[in-house]
Ligand binder design. Structure first.
Ligand code: SDX
Length: 428
């Protein structure tokens, strides 16, 4: 394909460069278009618009490919661990033994949070959704580390913010849950690994001993890997835009948590389980619910299905579906909603409405079933997604800052009233 594109508008032709990425993806660079023609492009939801170039994650929606820094998600989910994948995403290479040990030791040393965080936590009623508490506690870190307010200070300071954020996220997550159930918080236990420490802070309580099940801790580590990054999704694009104004990393990540919360994005894992529960309560008639999902007059959508990019199976959904079977079997858990989920999937995969629109199960379709088997409460599913996505958000924020990208400020086409004069109240 030629490395230029020609756009004809108002009888004039304009030539624009075409750029090509390392996986032969092509894009028309329209940065000069308005200056040359006075015309802009428009693309609600950015379905056909690239916001940046990035070396972090590659995904091919047609082929169902997902790679972090060139390594396939299947390889990483099977052979790596979440902190190693976090290092890979943020620093661009698999760590040496020494780099890995230093990274993990630093994170372990920073799991404790300032005691004043408890005063913020106590301000939230137990009705507070853990995602709202989480985004508030993350943003509140700007108060405890005011030097982080200036992201241009030094690479060391940015690295320190990175360590603190990855280290404290499980503590904030577990504490947001304890606040919801009215139990005392648990302090981190630095003898435990990352996911075991989180599970202990979540489920230990003064009334009974709690032993972390390694099957649960390992399954959780794999789930965090699968959620770690996903190129320019809604919440990552939010982190980049907020960070482009030179807001601190904590403020940018807090914004990403709030974007992830929506049921069309990361909130879908909670919405999937609520949907499956509703279908079960309604007698398990999947055909009725499939008809609702296809009915344009019915707002119901089949949660966990469809994807902006994947027009084939979401590779993560395949891995999670297998992990769901393994974990439920290992834990001896029989979950009736798993059968409903499999029934819905089978029907959707042969239904013309879904086939024509290339709607397949996405990462959220099966993840809630595993989280539930691991004892994670439904309100915490999206918090788990945020914990997993954290290194991806950090990596993308860091890349945007290092590339000195300009502030994100889209244009628009105005469709409101033309100029008119003010009229006094009596004349209206
Ligand atoms: C995540 O971007 C990412 O990478 C996100 C994510 C990540 O890792 O960050 O992968 C995580 O957010 C996964 C998606 C989780 N959301 C859900 O499962 C919610 C249910 N899915 C949909 O709402 C929808 O599929 C989206 C939001 C995921 C994608 O929406 P798009 O790309 O804007 O597509 P669309 O809404 O324009 O849908 C195209 C057509 C429409 O029908 P027509 O107008 O062509 O007739 O497909 C239909 C839609 O009505 N459709 C669905 C459907 N999803 C799309 N119909 C029924 N059920 C669905 N789930």
């Amino acid at each position: 394909m030629s490395n230029t594109a020609e756009i004809k508008v108002g009888g004039q032709s304009y030539e624009l460069p075409v750029i090509e990425g390392s996986e032969q993806e092509q894009a028309i660079d329209i940065s000069a278009l308005r200056g040359q023609s006075g015309v802009i492009t428009i693309d609600p939801g950015f379905k056909n618009t690239g916001s940046t170039t990035s070396a972090i994650t590659f995904l091919d929606g047609e082929k169902g490919i997902l790679r972090y820094r060139g390594y396939s998600i299947e390889d990483l989910a099977e052979k790596s661990n979440f902190l190693e994948v976090s290092f890979l995403l943020i620093y661009g290479h698999l760590p040496s033994n020494e780099e890995y040990t230093r990274f993990v030791d630093s994170i372990t040393k920073h799991t404790l949070v300032h005691e004043d965080v408890k005063k913020i936590l106590e301000g939230f009623p137990s009705t507070a959704h853990p995602m709202g508490v989480l985004s508030s506690l993350v943003c509140a870190q700007t108060a405890f580390y005011p030097e982080s307010l200036d992201p241009n200070r030094s690479a060391d300071e940015v690295d320190m913010s990175i360590i603190r954020l990855i280290a404290k996220m499980p503590t904030f997550a577990a504490w947001s849950y304890k606040n919801q159930i009215g139990q005392p918080v648990n302090y981190p236990d630095n003898k435990q690994n990352y996911t075991a420490n989180f599970l202990k802070m979540m489920f230990a309580n003064p009334a009974e001993a709690y032993e972390v099940d390694p099957v649960v801790a390992n399954a959780l580590d794999k789930l965090l890997i699968l959620h770690a990054d996903h190129e320019q999704n809604c919440s990552t694009a939010t982190v980049r835009v907020v960070g482009s104004s030179h807001a601190s990393m904590y403020a940018s990540i807090s914004a990403g948590i709030n974007a992830l919360w929506g049921p069309l994005h990361g909130g879908a894992n909670q919405a999937v389980i609520e949907m499956l529960e509703n279908i079960k309560k309604d007698g398990g008639d999947t055909k009725k619910w499939m008809a609702k999902a296809k009915d344009k007059n019915d707002p119901f959508r089949l949660m966990g299905f469809g994807h902006r990019v994947y027009k084939n199976f979401d590779p993560r959904a395949k891995i999670i579906k297998k992990a769901a079977d393994d974990v439920l079997e290992k834990l001896g858990v029989k979950d009736p909603v798993l059968d409903i989920a499999k029934g819905l999937e089978e029907e959707a995969l042969r239904d013309p409405y879904f086939v024509e629109r290339k709607l397949y199960p996405n990462v959220d379709f099966y993840s809630g079933i595993i989280y539930r088997a691991l004892g994670i409460p439904t309100d915490m599913f999206t918090v788990m997604f945020a914990m997993g996505r954290l290194p991806g958000w950090i990596a993308q924020w860091k890349e945007m800052r290092e590339n000195k990208e300009p502030i994100g400020r889209p244009r628009q086409v105005y469709t409101g009233a033309n100029e008119r004069s003010y009229v006094g109240m009596d004349e209206r």
